[in-house]
Design a protein around this ligand. Structure first.
Ligand code: KG4
Length: 340
């Protein structure tokens, strides 16, 4: 009998549902929330209200596009955490209601684990290019920057992580102070393509081991910018492409330096990248250069699977379903949790 999983993701500001049948993606629907743009960041209360409005039509649409009736579902997989509590509660509560009404099991998914396993999402008729275990994954999102050794779908070991800000958070904040808009990642990415990455130099951290730090870079960026703007109020307008390119280069260099170290010491040459920041062109190019130079076998997700999506939750649910890893109806959402 086929295994059909409905995945639900609502940890931040995207309401998403996806259907996976026997490991193959049938549909993936994402409703993004434009309401936050005016505030330069996600407003938690507005996010949960938007999730409430979106969740039923998004799930309905995902089932419709998949051509699957809800009675045919084997289980419902949902993001349990980490994320914004009010946002998570919408998806978690919906999953509970759905599972109870249909009499099917619930599968809790760690959002970060989902990002890593996004590499196993397979579309119809597609040749699978998937990493083999064990592999190293650089997980870079708005809230996390981690180097993970992935031994199996349910066995992940964090080798290093940020001790303060995440890479995406630093990009978003620098974009905000330049008045460029939110989220900063795609804007900086676009501007950086036209700028000189060596125009400005920003400080890099000196943290031992495989851990990251981005708060020093952020502070040095803000401090330098303040001085430059004092001299020339139109400084950002005149230099935004060079500022974006230099900032992006610094962040990519910081990320790749620790990743190189981890790959070298583990001897694992299968290297993947995941999370929202993996959409960044500078980072993608750096991965390709490293593959050529160091003989890495690299795995870069499709753009649609880099940011938050329910397809990654459904595929994780598919793996867990086979091991009958179900959760209880009273499982609470959690706002903070590491990969384990
Ligand atoms: O994984 P994600 O969608 O959400 C979290 O779970 O955090 O990641 C969002 C982050 C934001 O910081 C956003 O600015 C960044 O990913 N991002 C990018 C790009 N697209 C999204 N950063 C750099 N370049 C991009 N093209």
């Amino acid at each position: 009998m086929s295994i059909i999983i409905l995945g639900i993701e609502s940890s931040c500001d995207d309401t998403s549902a996806a259907v996976i049948k026997d490991g193959v993606l049938l549909s993936s629907v994402i409703a993004s929330q434009a309401v936050h743009e005016a505030y330069g960041g996600v407003v938690p209360e507005l996010a949960s209200r938007a999730h409430q409005q979106n969740i039923v039509p998004v799930v309905h649409e995902a089932l419709k596009r998949a051509g699957v009736k809800k009675e045919e579902l084997s289980a419902v997989a949902f993001t349990r955490g980490p994320g914004l509590m009010g946002s998570l509660l919408v998806g978690v509560s919906f999953a509970k209601g759905f599972s109870r009404a249909l009499g099917i099991p619930m599968i809790e998914v760690n959002h970060l684990q989902g990002h890593v396993l996004a590499h196993f999402i397979k579309e119809e008729g597609e040749e699978a290019h998937q990493p083999k275990f064990p592999f190293i994954c650089l997980l870079v999102s708005g809230g996390n920057s981690q180097i993970i050794r992935v031994n199996a779908y349910n066995d992940m070991e964090v080798l290093g992580q940020t001790i303060d800000d995440a890479a995406g958070e630093a990009i978003d904040k620098c974009s905000k102070v330049m008045g460029l808009g939110y989220p900063g990642g795609p804007i900086i990415d676009r501007l950086a393509r036209q700028g000189n990455p060596d125009a400005f130099t920003f400080s890099k951290p000196h943290i031992p081991g495989y851990d990251y730090s981005f708060s020093g870079l952020k502070t040095s960026f803000l401090y330098s910018l303040r001085e430059w703007v004092k001299e020339d109020p139109d400084f950002v307008e005149h230099h935004k492409t060079d500022l974006a390119a230099s900032l992006e280069k610094t962040i990519v260099d910081i990320l790749m330096e620790k990743l190189r170290k981890a790959v070298k010491s583990t001897g694992i040459r299968e290297v993947a990248v995941a999370g929202g920041v993996s959409a960044n062109n500078g980072l993608r190019n750096a991965f390709c250069e490293h593959a050529e130079k160091y003989g890495w076998d690299i795995f870069i997700p499709k753009f649609g699977y880099t940011t938050d999506n329910a397809a990654m939750i459904a595929i994780t649910g598919y793996f867990k379903y086979q091991d009958k890893e179900f959760c209880a109806i009273d499982a609470p959402a959690y706002s903070r949790v590491t990969i384990k």
